[in-house]
Design a binder for this molecule. Structure first.
Ligand code: PLP
Length: 384
């Protein structure tokens, strides 16, 4: 069997239809959408269509969509805007399990005098709404909570958190990078002010993101010096990628159902199969609801990286519970926040499926992975 790609939370394949729509804009249709002539107009018309398609995926109005360079930029821009728009408020509330593209900017602000409160999660990976209510007050400029966690897949009670934020006049930002295209998102009657998405997580291209800004919410741009994107993000547009993310959003409207009917049963079969056949294997974060495509499993006595390398030899791609930072392996802050013991974090594997994952690929992983675990344990001084 050729490549089995189960690392879709890291990035996804560009759908064939997406690539097909993008290609002419790298070729003959290279006009600048800001140009007055017909040639630029051909491109700006497609950008309008892309904006409408993305808006339609999330129940927004096209005027509420700003294209950015990636999910990380959307997160950074939201944070920067909120603290600039509410300068008298010096508090921020977020969770311990956010992506580094949220935690990094908050660390930056913390070092410059802002007070950042980090909400904890329980061993299931769930937030405590009482703690959320305690932490938000009238001095809070911004509350940030991800829609779904990239490592465990746990989905947070976004609207409840948003209501608490709004009751104190704070801006509410949601990082929906992992949720978009996998679960329904409808912002038509929502408490979310800013929302981040990223093209490459739902079968669109890399290098393009979305920042949704609810109509009427104040916004201070991060990139200034150009009129593009309604003066909200200066710089000549990444036209082909914007057209690509528009097509990806269009496809995602159909994929959301497939995630529930097809991807979740495959993920459950994979997960249960591994838990049944591998001794001392545990699901990290058994909370619900969770994304249909994500599974995080810890294998005691061995290291996730060793499993990854052995899987990679069998052309199976996943990811581990650690990140390589400055040459050393840092245990995942998400799994640590859940209270997963240090050694178990190092033995963790994240497998993330997509609408393109096939039944026989799951059979292949179920055949290959348990013997790898056994073999590594036999080599490990802690194995048995
Ligand atoms: N937020 C979450 C939850 C993510 O999982 C990621 C990427 O892994 C990002 C933000 C960053 O997105 P991008 O890679 O487009 O910068």
């Amino acid at each position: 069997m050729s490549l089995v790609y189960l690392d879709n939370n890291a990035t996804t394949r560009v759908a064939d239809d997406v690539l097909e729509e993008m290609l002419p804009y790298y070729g003959d249709l290279y006009g600048n959408p800001s140009s007055m002539h017909f040639f630029g107009g051909q491109v700006s018309g497609k950008l309008t269509e892309a904006r409408e398609r993305v808006a339609s995926l999330i129940g927004a109005d096209a005027s509420e969509i700003t294209f950015t360079g990636c999910g990380s930029e959307s997160n950074n821009s939201s944070i920067r805007s909120a603290v600039e728009c509410l300068p008298d408020r010096k508090k921020i509330v977020t969770t311990r399990v956010e992506h580094p593209a949220i935690l990094g900017p908050y660390k930056y602000l913390e070092d410059r005098g802002w007070e950042v409160s980090y909400l904890s999660v329980n061993t299931n990976g769930e937030l405590d709404l009482n703690e959320v209510a305690e932490k938000i007050d009238d001095n809070t400029a911004l509350v940030s909570c991800m829609w779904a966690n990239n490592e465990t897949g746990i989905i947070f009670p976004i609207e409840e958190i948003g209501r608490l934020a709004k009751s104190h006049g704070a801006i509410f930002h949601c990082d929906a990078v992992q949720a978009a295209g996998k679960v329904p998102i409808d912002l038509s009657d929502s408490t979310i002010d800013y929302l981040s998405m990223s093209g490459h997580k739902f079968h669109g291209p890399k290098g393009v993101g979305v920042l949704y800004i609810r109509r009427g919410t104040p916004f201070a741009p991060y990139l200034i010096g150009g009129h593009q994107e309604q003066n909200r993000r200066a710089g000549t547009e990444n036209t082909a990628s914007i057209i690509g993310i528009g097509k990806a959003a269009d496809l995602a409207k159909g994929f959301v159902d497939v995630e529930t009917t097809q991807v979740a049963p495959l993920r459950d079969r994979l997960e249960q199969g591994l838990l049944d056949t591998c001794m001392d294997a545990h699901r990290n974060g058994i909370g619900e609801p969770r994304l249909p495509n994500t599974s995080s499993i810890a294998f005691d006595y061995i290291e996730g990286e060793s499993i990854l390398l052995a899987l990679s030899d069998a052309e199976i791609c996943g990811s581990s519970g650690s990140a390589c930072t400055s040459g050393s392996l840092e245990p995942s802050h998400v799994l640590r926040a859940l209270g997963v013991p240090f050694t178990r974090v190092h033995g963790s594997l994240r497998l993330s499926l997509s609408v393109y994952t096939k039944d026989e690929e799951i059979d292949h992983v179920l055949a290959e992975l348990p013997p790898i675990v056994e073999r590594l344990r036999a080599l490990s001084p802690f194995g048995h």
